[in-house]
Design a binder for this molecule. Structure first.
Ligand code: SF4
Length: 84
């Protein structure tokens, strides 16, 4: 299991700054990769399923993969694909 960021993300980087395993990328606004992206992503291989990022997200953009609404299911692959 892992957590997944969806397109409600506004890239405020609050979650990335607090993730204990640095699973959320890009991690900061000054990362050169951040400018061209519409959202942040969670690395499923680094996420330890602590759930802390969910409560930190003011946009409610982050879900446990098990709780992803059906119309957002594709974001699981989109998050994973960012790291491939
Ligand atoms: S659930 Fe925990 S480990 Fe996974 S991305 Fe969120 S803060 Fe990081």
């Amino acid at each position: 299991m892992a957590y997944v960021i969806t397109d409600a993300c506004i890239k405020d980087f609050v979650c990335a700054a607090e993730c204990a395993t640095a699973a959320i990328m890009p991690a900061a606004a000054d990362d050169p990769k951040a400018g061209g992206l519409s959202q942040l992503f969670i690395n499923p291989d680094e996420c330890i399923d602590c759930g802390n990022c969910v409560s930190l997200c003011a946009q409610s953009a982050i879900f446990s993969i098990d709780d992803l609404p059906a119309d957002m299911a594709h974001f699981a692959e989109k998050n994973k694909a960012y790291f491939n």
